[in-house]
Write a protein that binds this ligand. Sequence first.
Ligand code: FPP
Ligand code: MG
Length: 318
Amino acid sequence: MSRFEADLAEINAALQEHIGSRVPLVEEIARYSVLGEGKRLRPLLFVLSARSCGGGGTDLYRLSAIFETIHAASLLHDDVLDNAEVRRKKPSSARVWGNQAAVLGGDFLYSKSFGLAVGHGSLPFLEILAGTSTRMAEGQMLELAHTNDWSLTREMYMEIITAKTAVLISAACACGAVAAGAGEKEIDCLARFGMDLGIAFQMIDDLLDYTGSENVFGKPVGKDLREGKITLPLIQTLAGMEPVEAKALRERFETGKAQDEDFVRLIQRVREAPCLDEIQSEARACVERADRALEPMRDVQAKQDLRRLNRQLLTRSF
Ligand code: FPP
Ligand code: MG
């Protein structure tokens, strides 16, 4: 990421500027959840996408803040939904200030993002954002409806991760093109690039949930299973088991009979499952598809940077 140091500094400065509030507690929660650790992947993709279409200037950084604040708003809400202890290596806002304050902090950041977008004055830009937050809420609702559902299919899993994660990443890329005044073709290329990158991103996130180390990843290992979240590593591990064994496990977990040692054992089982390599390969295929989506774009430095960022996803550990 050192290559993007200057951009990241500008993005962080823009974020600082746009989370002020007349109510100190709101500002405190906003600052706590937006500033500090965080990859700034979405704003960076926005800036690079705009540049790849010939856009430039400092206004890009201001607009890029939209994608980090929507993301941070969604995480504030997500931590309430997931009852999460830790976010970005710190106690979650919900733990520090309570669920009610965390939800309102999310509402505040979400509103700030739309305020910034309205200031830009582009209807297509706003349309993408409105469609995006609608799908994020739908994705999150689907995930909620399938909590502890051990019959979750990989098709439904893909639908959930596309809506809850990939759509916002795709929007950051597409809106970058819109902000640069690009045409339909370029907007479409970047939207597809972001969608596949976003799907790979969440697949890797779900792998790291089992295989990562808490110190580096910033979230506890096995958190998804403990939250009743059925993700691809578990779906595939179950599919690779003897049906009787899978059925017994399912019965134990779905009925809430599983004890701590059952969780520890199953997490270890998933960590050692051969399907983890297949999931890594699937994520690689998404990254490659994203890469190909940029083929028709002009060969400029920003396009190379987008491709580099995309590839780096596969080796990320946080
Ligand atoms: C984290 O996923 C959560 C999301 C990617 C999306 C959350 C979306 C919402 C709460 C609905 C829409 C809200 C707004 C403000 C538009 P995860 O739980 O898999 O990741 P984690 O392990 O980091 O918690
Ligand atoms: Mg969560």
